[in-house]
Design a protein around this ligand. Structure first.
Ligand SMILES: C[C@H](O)[C@@H](O)CC(=O)C(=O)O
Ligand SMILES: [Mg+2]
Length: 441
């Protein structure tokens, strides 16, 4: 039973100094400090439960998102949780259609990241009150209720509500078996942890050796800054993993369209499965041109981690611009908008391989992709979820990886809650970690 009136929303700026070790570095983000705008909502229900939500940011960007969360809070505080979830589509629309705030979006940029943080907290609270992990809450909903969470505005030319209903209805077949399969074997993952752009070769080798020992079979390498470096690093990792394991490349939007095609052609000898974010995330036709040019090389285009919203995903699908679709639990407008993208991907028969990593993204997105497998896609073909081995120790319910697969979380909620101590120590700038770092000359 959903209960309580939301009595408070607090947001904090939590940052981890990952740039010091060049963890997370790529061709466009050489010094990322993995950070979160971290939201906590409380209600007047006497169950003591709180909802925790976050969106992933990098360092300085966090303060902008924190402001946007505060601006959105008037739509949340004093609302009845039951009222929100019984018309979740309406509530999503209310948040994304605020007549003044939408001017700095709409449904994109800081205000949309803030929407994700707030709604992620609402979903966490809902799942906690139902006593289920979020993936299970979704799996147990009937198709009509799931659809009532989705705003179909601007996508009905690609996917109607009736078509989405049919997809979910078809997904009921074999659902129980797929849930059992997930609980037993988990969802397949790949690792990005070995080959951040700022890692020296020695570190890459060591991390790759460890990952192979731990049973990883799929590896992603950062590229895009210097072609000769890329050739050397790709050769190194391909030699280490052998010809049969899977290699992916990620350029983080570094190239022009023509440049992307030429650069990737020179890396084709390393047999990458995909090139991720070859160019601007807004350039749908550019992605389509790159996709087309790379077909003869057997290399697909993957994108989505910086895709603003369902409308851009719709166009990428319509334009045949991508072969692998990378949802992000914190860039799209929470579970609500991600559901619409999962359903579009199913209709267009494009495999979803979520973006994860950052801080908390693995914790969140595992719920979405496990739901996707059980209730929507029903397939593991060409599918895998990203995994990055950073910062899980700061979460109360960290991911569990076994044999390079995500095991479905068992605790109630969306796995969004950070350890109190971590959220306090890493709060920027007053937390003790930052006080120490900032006082250094
Ligand atoms: C700045 C982030 O670490 C980014 O490089 C992550 C990314 O592109 C990925 O995980 O994929
Ligand atoms: Mg990427």
């Amino acid at each position: 039973m959903v209960r309580g009136r939301i009595t408070g929303l607090a947001v904090s700026d939590v940052r981890f100094p990952t740039s010091l070790g060049r963890h997370g570095s790529d061709a466009m983000h050489p010094d990322p400090d993995y950070s979160a705008a971290y939201v906590v909502i409380e209600t007047d229900a006497r169950d003591g439960l709180k909802g925790y939500g976050l969106t992933f940011t990098l360092g300085k960007g966090t303060e902008v998102v924190v402001c946007a969360v505060n601006a959105l809070s008037i739509h949340v505080v004093n609302k009845d949780l039951e009222e929100i979830v019984s018309d979740f589509r309406g509530f999503y629309r209310q948040l994304t259609s605020d007549g003044q705030l939408r001017w700095i979006g709409p449904e994109k940029g800081a205000v949309h990241l803030a929407t994700a943080a707030v709604l992620n907290a609402v979903w966490d609270l809902w799942a906690k009150q139902e006593g289920k992990p979020l993936w299970k809450l979704l799996v147990d909903m009937d198709p009509k209720q799931l659809l009532s969470c989705i705003d179909f505005r601007y996508i009905t030319d690609a996917l109607t509500e009736e078509e989405a209903h049919e997809i979910l209805q078809n997904g009921l077949l074999g659902k129980k078996e797929r849930e059992e399969q997930m609980l037993k074997h988990g969802y397949p993952a790949y690792t990005t942890s070995c080959a951040w752009l700022g890692y020296p070769d020695q570190q890459l080798k060591q991390l790759c050796t460890e990952a192979l020992k731990d049973g990883w079979t799929r590896f992603k390498v950062k590229v895009g800054d210097d072609l000769q470096d890329d050739i050397r690093r790709c050769r190194l990792i391909r030699e280490m993993i052998g010809p049969d394991k899977t290699l992916m490349l990620d350029a983080n939007q570094r190239w022009e369209v023509k440049e992307a095609i030429e650069w990737v052609t020179k890396l084709a000898e390393f047999k990458p499965l995909w090139i991720e974010e070859p160019t601007s995330p807004d350039d749908i036709l550019g992605h389509a041109a790159i996709s087309k040019a790379l077909v003869p090389l057997g290399i697909g285009v993957a994108t989505g981690e910086q895709c603003h919203n369902r409308v851009i995903f719709k166009q990428l699908l319509q334009a045949k611009a991508l072969s692998y679709l990378q949802i992000d639990s914190c860039r799209l407008g929470s579970v609500n908008e991600n559901l619409s993208v999962l359903l579009m991907a199913k209709k267009f028969q494009i495999p979803v391989c979520p973006h994860a990593g950052g801080v908390g993204l693995c914790e969140l997105v595992q719920h979405l992709i496990i739901f996707d497998y059980i209730s929507v896609s029903g397939s593991l073909e060409n599918r895998m979820c990203e995994y990055v081995d950073h910062l899980h120790e700061h979460f109360k319910y960290p991911v569990i990886i076994k044999k390079a697969s995500y095991l479905p979380p068992q605790d109630a909620g969306y796995s969004t809650e950070m350890k109190e101590d971590s959220a306090r120590k890493y709060q920027f700038p007053q937390g003790e970690i930052w006080q120490k770092l900032l006082s250094k000359p």
